[in-house]
Design a protein around this ligand. Structure first.
Ligand code: UD1
Length: 364
């Protein structure tokens, strides 16, 4: 089977890495790797290829940033000739970013099979661009690889035939397990002068949190309080850096003596930073999953999650974007201290192997 694998944005790289490795055990699978170029900064892309030992992409579409329509359209337009040239049997996409839906659509229109890894997740909030990407990608996928039980339920409710759905576990956790030892050797805490168990980590990049100046100002206010209690390491996404500048909040950020504002970190440094944190505050999807496995309390700055298993079994709690609720959640997490959740079913570091085995058996 000639299989084109697609990655484009930072959270895709941890998911594609174990798959590219797992294909090696199956000589019947001939993989190609396409990078759409949705993320392109050294620290948002290249660094991850090096650290996660992902093969260099065979093709880079170099689409870069743009509005949703422009970015999605550019990927569609540039991916189609790749499909026409290579004539793959199937295209595998991961996650829920614009690259995911665009490449799935181009492939389906040309008659290639579409495989979606991390299918079935639903926040039920259509204001999130990722929710639109998830719903559309799943609707045109031939095989849907699911990471948690809610995904199974959602796909069944949407009428996806059972034979297309495979509950395989979480490829993101494959990467976490593989990298844990190497991450433990990272010197990031020492470099930042942080003590294990005695600092918080913050990440923030959702448009709903960072694109609205009033919401962002509220979060900055809460951060002012938190960093008085505990040092906060904040590796900042390029989108958020721009939003802080546009909202005129840079001076308030600079004035916080407990805040360590950092450039985006590589995977290994960030994994070490998360592992030893007292608490993680985030609006990312993947971090809710990683903290569940690391047993670090996670406060999610959103009103919904498409990953409910991290609440039912893990360490995650939704605190929304309201500063008072966020601070109440923070105090509660500090009182409780570290608590280990249960490991969700099949989050065992072998999800990519299961996927590769299904693919090796697949025929139309
Ligand atoms: C994208 C995904 C989001 C994912 C996030 C992880 C979509 C709709 N969103 O959001 O689901 O959680 O990636 O990071 O696909 N930029 C740079 N350098 C880069 C990449 C982006 O400076 O390498 C800046 C650009 O100003 C760009 C902005 O960040 O306009 C946003 O990038 P974009 O890819 O549109 O979305 P993300 O917010 O990164």
């Amino acid at each position: 089977m000639k299989l084109i694998n697609v990655c484009g944005a930072r959270p895709n790289f941890m998911k594609i890495a174990p798959l590219m490795r797992a294909y090696r055990a199956h000589p019947g699978i001939a993989p190609l790797l396409v990078h759409t170029g949705q993320h392109y900064d050294e620290k948002m892309s290249r660094l991850f290829f090096d650290e996660l030992e992902i093969p260099r992409p065979d093709i880079n579409l170099e689409v870069g940033s743009g509005s949703h329509a422009r970015q999605t359209a550019a990927i569609l337009e540039r991916f189609e000739p790749v499909l026409l040239e290579h004539r793959p049997d199937a295209v595998l996409v991961v996650g829920d970013v614009n690259s995911t839906v665009a490449c799935a659509l181009a492939a389906a229109k040309l008659g290639a099979a579409v495989f979606h890894v991390e299918a079935g997740l639903r926040s039920f909030d259509r204001r999130m661009p990722e929710e639109i990407n998830r719903v559309l990608t799943d609707a045109i996928s031939d095989l849907l690889f699911v990471s948690e039980p809610s995904g199974l339920e959602n796909l069944r409710r949407e009428g996806i035939p059972e034979h297309r759905i495979h509950f395989v576990g979480n490829v993101m956790i494959d990467t976490l397990e593989r990298c844990r030892e190497r991450a433990a050797a990272s010197g990031i805490l020492e470099a930042l002068g942080l003590e294990p168990g005695n600092y918080a980590v913050l990440t923030l990049h959702r448009p709903s949190n960072v694109d609205d100046p009033a919401v962002l100002a509220g979060l900055v206010g809460a951060l002012e309080e938190i960093q008085r209690d505990l040092p906060v390491a904040f590796p900042i996404h390029p989108r958020t850096r721009k939003s802080l500048a546009c909202a005129g909040l840079e001076n308030r950020i600079k004035a916080m003596s407990g805040l360590r504002l950092l450039d985006p970190l590589g995977y290994l440094d960030f994994l070490r930073l998360m592992s030893e944190a007292a608490v993680v505050l985030t609006d990312s999807g993947g971090i809710q999953e990683e903290t569940t496995i690391l047993g670090v309390p996670c406060l999610t700055l959103r009103d919904s999650t498409e990953r409910p298993v991290t609440i039912a079994e893990g360490t995650n709690r939704l605190v929304g974007m309201d500063p008072d609720r966020l601070l109440a959640g923070y105090r509660e997490a500090r009182r409780q201290g570290r608590r280990s959740g249960r490991r969700p079913e099949k989050w065992d570091g072998r999800a990519a192997e299961r996927i590769a085995a299904v693919l090796a058996d697949w025929h139309r």
